[in-house]
Each structure stands twice: as structure tokens, then as C-alpha cells.
Ligand binder design. Structure first.
Ligand code: UDP
Length: 419
């Protein structure tokens, strides 16, 4: 008799720089139970290759025809190819991260194939429907079976939308461990800054790449002009979208007053961010990293889905205009700022989110390939599965209450601690 096909893997789908950075540790923890699928939404070396290599994740299965295609075409191609993979070799569960086209397409493909979906960095909301990312994260939120929320605010957003508490895990954000494990030592960071002729504490590090800032020539020109008035050299690692926008809008001259450099690897970026006097960015991830690195950040956006960094006092949300220069100069001149920020705890968790997420995924998986689809890891069916998880993760699993009832990551229902 033909054997029933069995699923022996958890699919981890990535497509862009931040997804690779944030899911690398989850993939490592899953070990042979995990399988990396790369949609190649970012496929170039500077946004993908260097990050896969740094994380030791080169063996990903890759999709074709996605990078650079219009958004609707990207979706069609990703859903078709992922759908075929999930149909022909069904995973025990699919993990997606954040709010990218990749996350949304993979969530839909998993849903159509009837495969359980785990959403990492769930529950963020800007309530700004003009942002493609907001549509993506809402779409994934509708389809997810397990929502791994990074903060209590994200849990509250999900609960307000009617997501049952039993489907939510308060895990923290994996960027905390990604940052802590990748940040070079102080002396290596100084060497990295020296290579780029950046004087520690005496420069600004800026990144701009969101369509809301790059698509409108007037808006982009204002941002570049304000950056040049901060009174310090401004290092500007160039995301390909910024590079193209500057050329398209004929703003090359505006870069003459800044220090544009090629986009850098994560280790280099964190070293430069740690030693910068001020960060200016429209990135989501940088809003989280600044709270680990204890650096001040000006966020140039209409809205933010990460109020935690702002409420804690690390980040300041401003729209393009004179406020960038005014606030930037004020922060640079504040002699007590560093001391103040150093005392504020990181609001994105305790650096153990990846372990919690991996244990959620492994609750759907069993080594003999019989997918266990009964529920997430905080309700392991028996002592054997709990033992199995602990062996796999090298962590101690303690079964507790539903995370969403607690306010802090440290009280999460699955408590994981290094043995
Ligand atoms: N980053 C990097 N090199 C750079 C610029 C950014 O490694 O030259 C990292 C940064 O540290 C953060 C991530 O890229 O972890 C953020 O990615 P991005 O801003 O593209 O995406 P978002 O977080 O806005 O979705």
C-alpha cells in the first residue's frame, strides 16, 4: 500500500532584508525541522545575499520572477509558486515575518493549501491604509493561526480586532537578539567607523527608502536638504529605491552635501548606528534597533506602527519639513541625552523571542512527519512533546497561562530559559 505523504518540515518564508535578519535565529533553532524558502523579493547581493551569508542561510529554495516586478505581479507569482510547493510537499506549518509582500503572499498560499500559519511580529498597526505594509500586515493577521506579537500593544491591537487570546503569543521581537548577537565589539565598531572615515559620536547615520518619501520629488528634496543642515556629516547608506529615486528626480546635486555610501551589511550598520550621534530613518527595523543600541532616532514618516520606541523616548516622529533640521540640531546639542537613553529599557522584549517562536512552530511538527495540527506549543499534548521541544531548542519549556493575559514578555505562557 502506498504510504501517505508526510510533512517533515516547517517552512520559513523570507524575501527581503529585514525578514532575513529577523528570522535567521528562528531558522537556526529549527535546525533540520526548518526549511527556508526565499521568494527573492529582494534578490540582489546588497539586500539579500550578504544577509543570507552572514546568517549562514545560503541553502534556501528560491522563487523566480519576483524581484522588480509590479506589486500585483509579485503577488501572483509568489502565490503560484509557493502554493505549488505547499501543495506538492505540505509543510507542518508556515512561518512569515512582518508586513512585506512576501509575508502576505506566503500567508495566502498557506491558507489556500490548508497549512497552519504562524505570523511573527503580529499585531502592529499604523492605521494608515495608504501604506502597502499596513494592508499586508492586516491580510496576514486575518489568516494567521498563531500570532506572535512582539509587545503588549500589539497584543491589544489583535484583541481589539477580535483575535482570541488563545491564538496570541507574546514573544518579544526577534530584532533584539539579532541586534545583540550581530553588534560588533566596541573596538571592532571603532575600526568599522574608521574605515568609513566616520568620527564616533560626531556624525549622523540616515536611511531613507519608503515609497512615501522617495516617490514624491518635493518630499525627497526636502528630506535631503534638511539632512544637510544638521551640522554634522551625514552617512547615508543607499537603498536601491533611494538611488533610483534620486536619479529619476534629478536630485544628485542634493547628495553632494551628504556622505552617500552603498547599503552595508547588518554588522556594519549596527556598528555605525551604535557610534552615531543621531539616527534619521524611515525604516521599521531601525525604530526597534535604536532601543537596543540606546541611540536617538528621528523617524521621517506620516505614521508609525511602532509607538513603543516613541513612547519610550528613543524615537521622534516627524513629517518632511523644517522639523527634521530643528529637532535634529536640538538632539545633537543635548549633553544629557546619551545618559538618559542609556537608562531606558528596550520595549521590544528580552532577546528570547526566537526560541518562543520556534517552539510555537514545533508544536505543529513531529519528527516522524505526522503533522501535529492541534495547537501551539504552549499547549503541548504531553510530556513527550514538551521534552522533544526542549531537546530541539536547548531551552527549558514551562507550560503556563495564555500569554495575552500578561503584560510583559517575561511572563509569557511558554517560558523559555537557557539550560
Ligand atoms: N540595514 C542594514 N544595512 C543598511 C541599512 C539597513 O543592514 O545599509 C538593516 C537595519 O539594521 C535593519 C534593517 O536593515 O535591521 C531594516 O531594513 P529596512 O529598513 O529595509 O526594512 P524595514 O525594517 O523598514 O521593513
Amino acid at each position: 500500500m502506498a504510504q501517505r505523504s508526510v510533512s517533515r518540515y516547517v517552512a520559513v518564508v523570507v524575501g527581503t532584508r529585514p525578514e532575513i535578519i529577523k528570522l535567521a535565529q528562528v531558522v537556526r533553532l529549527l535546525g533540520s525541522a526548518g526549511r527556508l524558502l526565499h521568494t527573492c523579493q529582494h534578490e540582489d547581493e546588497e539586500l539579500s545575499g550578504v544577509f543570507l551569508a552572514a546568517a549562514g542561510l545560503r541553502q534556501a529554495k528560491i522563487l523566480s520572477g519576483v524581484c522588480g516586478a509590479p506589486r500585483h505581479v509579485q503577488f501572483a507569482r509568489m502565490i503560484e509558486q509557493l502554493g505549488e510547493i505547499f501543495r506538492s510537499d505540505p509543510p507542518a506549518a508556515v512561518i512569515v515575518q512582518g508586513d512585506t509582500n512576501t509575508a502576505s503572499a506566503a500567508a495566502q498560499a498557506a491558507s489556500y493549501a490548508g497549512v497552519p500559519l504562524i505570523h511573527v511580529e503580529a499585531g502592529l498597526r499604523s492605521y494608515d491604509r495608504a501604506m502597502p505594509e499596513e494592508i499586508n500586515r492586516c491580510m496576514v493577521g486575518v489568516l494567521a493561526d498563531v500570532h506572535c506579537a512582539p509587545t503588549a500593544a500589539a497584543v491589544a491591537n489583535l484583541r481589539a480586532e477580535g483575535v482570541p487570546a488563545a491564538k496570541i503569543e507574546l514573544t518579544g521581537n526577534t530584532i533584539v537578539e539579532a541586534t545583540l548577537s550581530t553588534l560588533p565589539s566596541q573596538s571592532d565598531a571603532w575600526a568599522i567607523a574608521a574605515e568609513l572615515s566616520a568620527d564616533p559620536g560626531c556624525y549622523v547615520l540616515a536611511t531613507i527608502h519608503r515609497p512615501e518619501n522617495t516617490d514624491d520629488p518635493g518630499r525627497l528634496e526636502t528630506i535631503l536638504a534638511e539632512l544637510s543642515k544638521l551640522g554634522l556629516p551625514v552617512l547615508l547608506p543607499m537603498h536601491p529605491r533611494l538611488r533610483q529615486a534620486v536619479a529619476r528626480h534629478r536630485l544628485t546635486a542634493a547628495l553632494d552635501r551628504l556622505r552617500p555610501i552603498a547599503a552595508v551589511d547588518h554588522r556594519t550598520f549596527l556598528a555605525l548606528a551604535r557610534l552615531a550621534r543621531l539616527l534619521v530613518s524611515d525604516s521599521g527595523g531601525v525604530q526597534e534597533e535604536c532601543t537596543v543600541l540606546k541611540r536617538p532616532l528621528i523617524v521621517i514618516r506620516n505614521s508609525s506602527e511602532r509607538p513603543e520606541a516613541i513612547e519610550a523616548g528613543f524615537a521622534h516622529l516627524v513629517r518632511p519639513g523644517h522639523m527634521i533640521g530643528d529637532l535634529g540640531r536640538e538632539l545633537i546639542a543635548d549633553p544629557l541625552l546619551d545618559e538618559r537613553l542609556a537608562r531606558i529599557p528596550c520595549p521590544f522584549g528580552d532577546g528570547r523571542a526566537s526560541g518562543r517562536i520556534a517552539s510555537c512552530a514545533l508544536a505543529f511538527w513531529s519528527p516522524d512527519g505526522r503533522a501535529n495540527r492541534t495547537g501551539p506549543a504552549r499547549q503541548p499534548a504531553d510530556a513527550t512533546s514538551a521534552r522533544l521541544l526542549s531537546v530541539y531548542l536547548g531551552v527549558r519549556i514551562v507550560v503556563g497561562e495564555t500569554n495575552a493575559r500578561h503584560g510583559a514578555v517575561g511572563e509569557a505562557g511558554v517560558r523559555s530559559s537557557r539550560l
